[in-house]
Design a protein around this ligand. Structure first.
Ligand code: HMG
Length: 387
């Protein structure tokens, strides 16, 4: 008899930058038809962090409601996935560990492989809980997507964080095996150590994403994964939501099965307004699906994670009964509505203003609603506060 515990996502909460740029404004400022961003890329807005916000403050803000609800019991591991780390050595999660008052009996580590890092964290968390089902693992995915000003990638920026608690007998999403994985060494998108904006070969990155998708799908099927027709909703990584539509069409072509757009469209509702949040993007897609009006209890959700460079993974989750009571749709919508609109000039000033040099101490004023703030640099080390 199989006595393996059911393991998966027990809780999930989100955060984003407190400023927002309307992409219609960016279109007018750059002489582009707004329809290119709205229809061609499938994006309406992008979140912009205030000077006192970064991956640590967003990550802490996403995780705080999870700890308020569940306490810290059983959390012995924090996995922080990001590709926009704030230090070359120290894990961003260690700052969050202090800000959230997590116990010292805890391991904290940072994971990186472009946007795929969050899924790597999820798979590792599943293993930790399988070894000892008393444990709960806190995952934080948090990123600020930054490309050069006046590049084709500029409208595909964004910022956000999704925190998840992985546990046995989860309230939200059971994650059964198998999964399908795919890796190939491709220079489609990367960020050299001396650059705070990503380098990207746009068209190559789209092809690499689609190759990773069919590759991961084929591996998923070879490992015994279910037929595509048994999957009720799809979340594909969303660097811009139109990319997920391309992926969805590719899967339909690849499998020869008609996949209505309705099975993936709900996954785009948050990312259309947030932009790319790299590691967090796939889990914003999942949040949007679970926050949609239809009752998904018992439904199977397919998730495709892509990280440039390149790694892909396809896996599925089964929605647990009572999941609606766990989700925080109203809070998420209020958070998005409460963002402060910025002009193109203000957004570009924020983009240029991110401190790159740590040789001089700096003080950063708390300008966002918080409760977590990047307070500046002292002795080349970053400082964070909680209201
Ligand atoms: P571009 O050169 O501005 O785009 O760059 P385009 O000229 O190809 O236009 C985009 C779409 O808009 C096209 O549609 C146009 O036809 C359409 P498509 O051919 O794709 O169907 N369009 C219009 N539609 C309606 N009305 C109009 C109009 N004009 C044009 N008037 C690109 C686009 C995505 C390449 C660029 O923004 C970029 O480089 N972005 C960053 C890279 C990226 O997001 N790549 C995605 C795959 S890689 C990935 O997902 C990983 C990533 O998240 C990082 C990580 O893993 O860490 C990025």
């Amino acid at each position: 008899m199989n006595t393996a515990p059911v393991i998966g996502i027990h809780d999930l909460a989100v955060a984003t930058g407190s400023r927002v740029l309307d992409l219609a404004d960016l279109a007018y400022a750059t002489g582009v038809e707004p329809a290119k961003f709205h229809k061609g890329l499938g994006q309406d807005q992008m979140s912009v962090p205030a000077p006192d916000e970064d991956i640590v403050t967003m990550g802490a803000a996403a995780a705080a409601p999870i700890l308020e609800r569940h306490g810290t019991a059983g959390i012995r591991t924090v996995l922080f996935a990001t590709e926009t780390g704030v230090d070359q050595s120290k894990a961003a999660g260690v700052f969050v560990h202090r800000l959230l008052g997590l116990p010292s009996s805890c391991r904290v580590v940072e994971l990186k492989q472009a946007c795929y890092g969050g899924t790597a964290a999820l798979q590792m968390a599943m293993g930790i809980v399988a070894r000892d089902p008393r444990e709960r693992v806190l995952i934080i995915t948090s990123d600020v997507a930054r490309y050069g000003i006046d590049t084709a990638a500029e409208p595909t920026q964004g910022a956000g964080a999704v925190a998840m608690l992985v546990a046995a007998d989860p309230d939200l999403l059971e994650i059964p095996g198998p999964t399908g994985v795919w890796t190939a060494d491709i220079d489609d998108f990367w960020r050299p150590n001396d650059s705070d904006v990503a380098m990207v070969e746009g068209k190559l990155s789209i092809d690499a994403y689609l190759d990773a998708f069919t590759g991961a799908w084929d591996d998923y099927r070879a490992q015994g994964g279910v037929d595509v027709g048994e999957i009720d909703r799809f979340c594909h990584h969303q660097p811009f939501t139109r990319m997920a539509e391309k992926a969805h069409r590719r899967l339909a072509e690849h499998t020869g099965v008609d996949l209505p757009l309705e099975t993936f469209l709900p996954s785009t509702f948050y990312n259309r307004r947030i932009g790319n949040s790299y590691t967090a993007s796939l889990f914003f897609a999942l949040a949007a699906v679970l926050d949609a009006d239809d009752d998904l209890a018992g439904a199977r959700v397919g998730l495709f994670s892509y990280g440039s460079g390149a790694v892909g993974e396809f896996f599925t989750g089964i929605v647990r009964p009572g999941y609606r009571e766990v989700m925080r749709r109203e809070r998420t919508e209020q958070m998005l509505d409460a963002r402060v609109p910025v002009s193109v000039a203000d957004y570009r000033a924020l983009h240029r203003g991110v401190p790159r040099d740590t040789t001089n101490d700096i003080t950063v004023d708390a300008v966002s609603a918080g409760p977590f703030h990047f307070a500046g640099i002292v002795g080349r080390a970053r400082r964070y506060t909680r209201d």
